[in-house]
Design a binder for this molecule. Structure first.
Ligand code: PLP
Length: 372
């Protein structure tokens, strides 16, 4: 059966080049990087070269990159430790953050002040509203706003946000999981304090990510033990994951423009074809400033659209629903709720990678035409 994978915001397939580097790493890097002998040094060098690769692409210092198991770990670390180590007493965030940020912040609601910025129907914040909160500098503040939203693709303007934070003495954390290695991010120009990433979103392996921690901010470690990751995260390193991450990161930067152009073509074709067959369809998120890999559609209410996820799946098309089912009841996702999405409409997220083809878009459209 033909399978079309349009769920690249959930995870991306590992590239052959990345797999090869990881296989080599399994053979070459069996030594413990903390050992001072020959085999330890080979492993240690491999890790430091990977760190250098990431730092040079982002234009930051190698001492500012720390490997983690995932972006969930990175985001939790930044939020927990900016409160515990840096004395943050107020977090300014938005209702469209990923659960690993939102739920982590929520834990502190009785201990510190939490400010939820408003988002409009496209998921955009108002910089004026952000500034009005930042003007009150009585409490040490962390602003936590993601770059591109994982459901609707809307960008928060991280360069402007970082300048505001710098002007008003606030720390700025951005979850860049969806956008990093897909659009340029330059840490020499953006005054970001903390940034998080996860390799499996850019064709690297699962279970490995990194945090950028600006050199001016010292966070306490989350895992205590050995001196790995400059005492920040004890535990023997996931070397093959780190090698896979760095390879995937480098490839994504080398091919950023061509991948983007290809994916934009796929997305435009999908949008115009969907509009042709379903004129009442709506696209969620800021269509003028949306991550090219994400297309979130709202199908008009009908018995047929209720069945759309099921019909896509039986036709071999993998996409993602904009709702979660708990205890047998379907709820719109918090992101869709925050943008005032009509609960009668069925939201589907198609998310693309450079491995997708125009033929796959055409196949999907032909199937949707049949069952809608
Ligand atoms: N942040 C965003 C925006 C995401 O899309 C995801 C994963 O879907 C995460 C964080 C968590 O990433 P990981 O699964 O690597 O912990």
């Amino acid at each position: 059966m033909k399978r079309v994978y349009f769920d690249n915001a959930a995870t991306t397939p590992l590239l052959e080049e990345v797999k090869k580097v990881m296989q080599e790493s399994m053979d070459l890097h069996f030594g413990n990087p903390s050992s001072i002998h020959h085999f330890g040094r080979i492993s240690k060098n491999a890790i430091e070269n990977c760190r250098k690769e990431i730092a040079s692409r982002l234009e930051c210092s190698i001492g500012e990159i720390y490997f983690t198991s995932s972006a969930t770990e990175g985001n939790n670390l930044v939020i927990n430790q900016s409160i515990n180590s840096l004395g943050v007493l107020r977090i300014i965030t938005s209702p469209t953050e990923h659960p690993c940020v939102a739920k982590c912040v929520e834990q502190y609601k009785d201990k510190i002040e939490i400010v939820q910025l408003d988002v409009d129907q496209q998921g955009k914040i108002s910089l004026d509203q952000l500034e009005s909160y930042l003007k009150d500098q009585s409490k040490k503040t962390l602003v936590s706003l993601m770059h591109a939203n994982n459901e609707i693709g809307t960008f928060h303007p991280i360069d402007q946000i970082s300048s505001y934070c710098q002007n008003y003495g606030a720390l700025f954390h951005s979850d860049t999981v969806q956008s990093i290695a897909k659009v340029p991010i330059n840490l020499k120009h953006s005054k970001i304090s903390f940034l998080t990433a996860s390799a499996h979103k850019f064709h690297g392996p699962k279970g490995i990510g990194f945090i950028y921690i600006n050199a001016n901010n010292n966070l306490d470690p989350i895992l205590i033990g050995g001196a790995q990751e400059r005492n920040m995260r004890a535990g023997t390193e996931n070397i093959l994951g780190i090698c896979g991450l760095a390879k995937a990161f480098g490839l994504a930067f080398d091919n950023m423009d061509s991948r983007k152009k290809h994916i934009e073509n796929l997305k435009n074709k999908m949008k115009t074809s969907l509009l042709d067959i379903i004129p009442q369809i709506k696209f969620n998120g800021d269509q003028g400033n949306c991550l090219h890999t994400i297309l979130n559609c709202s199908f008009p209410y009908s018995d047929l659209s209720e069945m759309i996820m099921f019909n896509l799946d039986i036709n071999g098309i993998c996409a993602s629903a904009g709702s979660a089912c708990s205890s047998g009841v379907e709820h719109a996702s918090p992101v869709l709720e925050a943008i005032g999405h009509d609960p009668l409409r069925k939201a589907i997220r198609f998310s693309f990678s450079h491995l997708n083809t125009i033929e796959e878009v055409e196949y999907t459209i032909s199937k949707i035409k049949n069952f809608m």
